[in-house]
Design a protein around this ligand. Structure first.
Ligand code: ZN
Ligand code: ZN
Length: 445
């Protein structure tokens, strides 16, 4: 059975979830339950099971269980929300004021809490995603490849949502293992969130001409495999070799999400410990090994440029910090940390199982995101790393040096690598067939 959509869908993007209230501004005329709502500042809060909308003078103007604010015109009609949190729990977390086109829908999913959703046509959503994820200085062939990736990923999500995929998995802490990953079904009340968890969607304020053109020139185009839209994952920098799907998510092999060498010639996977160590401690030639800081500046949006040295990186962590960190992240008292032992790696060298050995207990931890989360106040850039104990006195080291490769899960398209390829004149079709082997381009609408 094929499930390919034939016309552009309207999607729902979660902007805020479970907030006590929401303050927003309307520009242009909107409609609410048949009545007009004019420009100005508004606030909505949950009043029992109802939502109450008040105007700038704090006068209630509407009560109902849900609020659907529909713009009356396409042009110059938008809403803006103050202090939206972006990059949640990552090192680039910050508050932004953001503007959105399309409908604003508010409802209470839990008592006295408001969820805000933006309903918008898929292609308009994409214009913002491409502008939020990447800089307009990028070569247009790269932006086009990214459009197809972002569009395919989203349509695949919508399809999965109706098919009820697995929601993630966590084993019993007492069994000596903490193995967890976040499944595809993380959002109950909307299709996608607006943050890095799904795709960055930072409203219309960021939209630029280059992203708009890339979206328009690839309208409706997706990658498919066996009659289904592909689950086109992507991350910032693979580190030289891309990763298999199962290192980060469920134990499933997906043909087009199989590891490849991110270079002109292919090399062997580095899942064996000695191969991973040699690879991570070297500087292999790769499309994402870009030394020229000016090219990096062109590729990444400003706030990502604050992250330096992501192809190969080093983090030092003291004994005191790591034992406190591990306790706060897992709720398990390991005591002082004696060792971090690599147990299982994927094809790119990314760890998906480690053994954390403390003076009080030891446990096996996985998969890749959980390892990154537990060993850093935010997240380590990637789980492709080697650990070196520092200043060992007796059985306890003073701390650890973590040397790693890449940024992100490394599965699917490598954003820096793809941009690097386009810098050298590679077309979007060639870029996509490099990262997603066996997938084909299909125009849906
Ligand atoms: Zn999400
Ligand atoms: Zn790469």
């Amino acid at each position: 059975m094929t499930s390919l959509p034939q016309k552009e869908p309207i999607i729902s993007v979660g902007l805020l979830e479970d907030a006590p209230s929401i303050s927003f501004d309307l520009a242009g005329e909107f409609k609410l339950d048949g009545a007009g709502v004019g420009e100005g500042a508004y606030r909505a809060y949950a009043d029992g099971k109802q939502l109450c909308l008040v105007n700038q003078a704090d006068t209630p103007i509407h009560h109902s269980r849900t609020l659907h604010l529909v713009p009356l015109a396409q042009e110059n009609t938008f809403f803006s929300i103050r202090d939206v949190k972006i990059g949640k729990q990552f090192h680039w977390e910050r508050l932004c004021n953001q503007m959105f086109s399309g409908e604003l829908c508010l409802f209470t999913a839990s008592a006295k809490k408001i969820t805000a959703i933006n309903k918008i046509l898929l292609e308009s959503y994409l214009e913002s995603v491409i502008s939020s994820e990447m800089s307009p200085e990028n070569p247009v062939e790269f932006l086009k490849a990214h459009c197809i990736c972002s569009r395919s990923w989203l349509l695949h999500q919508l399809n999965e949502k109706s098919a009820e995929g697995p929601a993630g998995h966590r084993t019993d802490y007492r069994a000596g293992e903490i193995i967890s990953w976040t499944g595809r079904e993380a959002h109950k009340n909307f299709d996608v969130c607006a943050d890095d968890h799904c795709q960055r969607y930072q409203g219309i304020g960021r939209i630029n001409g280059a992203a708009k053109r890339a979206v328009q020139e690839t309208r409706g185009e997706v990658l498919t495999h066996n009659g289904q839209v592909c689950d086109t994952r992507y991350s910032k920098c693979c580190g030289g070799i891309t990763e298999n799907f199962s290192t980060a998510w469920e134990d499933e092999d997906i043909v087009y999400l199989t590891s490849i060498t991110d270079a002109g010639s292919s090399s062997a996977p580095v899942s064996r410990e000695e191969d991973a160590r040699r690879f991570i401690l070297s500087q292999p030639a790769a499309y994402c090994n870009i030394k020229d800081k000016n090219i990096i500046k062109r590729i990444l949006p400003d706030f990502d440029c604050e992250t330096r040295d992501f192809f190969r990186w080093t983090v030092d962590i003291s004994q005191q910090d790591i034992s406190a960190l591990v306790f706060s992240k897992t709720g398990v008292d390991f005591g002082a940390i004696k060792d971090i032992v690599p147990l299982a790696r994927g094809a790119s060298g990314r760890l998906f199982k480690i053994k954390l050995c403390g003076t009080k207990q030891e446990k096996i931890i996985g998969k890749e995101l959980e390892i990154r989360r537990i060993l850093s106040p935010t997240h380590l850039l990637s789980s492709a790393f080697v650990v070196e104990p520092r200043g060992v006195k007796g059985e306890l080291p003073d701390g650890f040096r973590i040397t790693g490769a890449g940024w992100g899960h490394g599965v699917g398209l490598c954003q820096i690598g793809a941009a690097g390829m386009a810098e050298h004149g590679t077309t979007y079709r060639e870029i996509l067939s490099h990262y997603f082997k066996g997938a084909q381009l299909t125009t849906l609408y």
